[in-house]
Design a protein around this ligand. Sequence first.
Ligand code: PNW
Length: 480
Amino acid sequence: PDSASPETPVTFPPSFLWGAATSSYQIEGAVREDGRTPSIWDTFSHTPGKTAGGDHGDIAVDHYHRYRDDVALMADLGLTAYRFSVSWSRVQPTGRGPAIQRGLDFYRRLVDELLAHGIKPAVTLYHWDLPQELEDAGGWPERDTAYRFAEYAQIVGEALGDRVEQWITVNEPWCAAFLGYASGVHAPGRTDPAASLRAAHTLNLAHGLGTSALRASMPARNSVALSLNSAAIRPFSQDPADLAAAQKIDDLASGIFHGPILHGAYPQTLFAATESITDWSFVEAGDLELINQPLDALGLNYYTPALVSAADPTASGPRADGHGSSDHSPWPGADDVTFHQTPGERTEMGWTIDPTGLHDLIMRYTREAPGLPLYITENGAAYDDKPDPDGRVHDPERIAYLHGHLAAVRRAITDGADVRGYYLWSLMDNFEWAYGYEKRFGAIYVDYTTLERTPKSSALWYGRAARTGTLPEAEEPQAV
Ligand code: PNW
């Protein structure tokens, strides 16, 4: 159902945004330039054993120095939007106090370059690179971090609000809270379930206070959103125990964020499931009102669905939840839940390819937040791409992945969803967090020795889709 026949071209509305996404620590490099100080990801990636091969973002793909070339590549492909994130410690090296202009100037130049090429910028304020000084003061489990974030949001809003319309406060708070503070496979690498739940609350508070700060600092026409990775959660069966397991994981993946943000309340079932870990007394009077700010849009990041059941005590073997290896679970209070491998082909991350999950996720938020415009702020796949002897990079698997998922987005639009745009993850190969440079998500290939960029065949395919508003057939294009 996801592939169209030639008689029924998959065509998108003319205003649909065709974007690509990146994040600061994954691409910029230049970690000690122009006053930038370490973030938790600098510290973490330089700690032995934390990333594959000891990889780190010191140079990454050197986007800080090559942003002009990168924007030119996007323009050549025909992209109409670009989502990037701001490095907090480039702008506010200690995480507090006055901004340094040189840091802000980089983002001004980047935005001006994008606008000059007719590419719409979307700015993410927080894509996981917390200034190390704020982690030393307690990090996300510490309430004050939300107030520091609001101050930072105000600074960036004042600096870029005149030329950037689309804003995202926080990217994937689930990863920041639970991979960072519960399983510890992401920075800062803490393994404290109670702290991770506090972190989730502080991230919600940061989103709410940050939204207010952005609104106060820039023109009212601008749009404020956040990006959730809510992964469509499926129960293994309709058995009540499996349904309860799915509810538990859905609360921890999604409800813990969209509950307070969209509806002003945490799910009651979440309190019950985590009562042996925390009494939630860190939620202060008035917090839910601060968090529940009206939004202009919602960003959804989607890679793969999750299939869960109540634990089978006879089952053994490694966890199959696809969230990296750790002795510690990223799901506090859910030790009685089993994750199953979903059937089907998988990408290089081991994540099952399932476009229906994206359709389900979009329809779920169409019901959860009626009338709220949606953007797919990340979707994509890692493959083991290698240049051919002629230097070209052919990645038909990624073309098939993109075709299937974009067709699913189109079906959701037909089914009544208000999806305004799509950002492919990622514009180019980059530092894939704990996996270092081993996993390539880019539409543009990066040679990590020369840092030379080569658009893969998927980039050319996606560019044709962007220029025509219609998905080309899933096979590779003959020419640009
Ligand atoms: C997202 N998980 O990360 C991020 O927003 C990107 O920075 C990242 O490069 C991309 O997806 C690909 O991984 C995730 O374990 C990292 O469930 C881990 C998980 C989900 C998303």
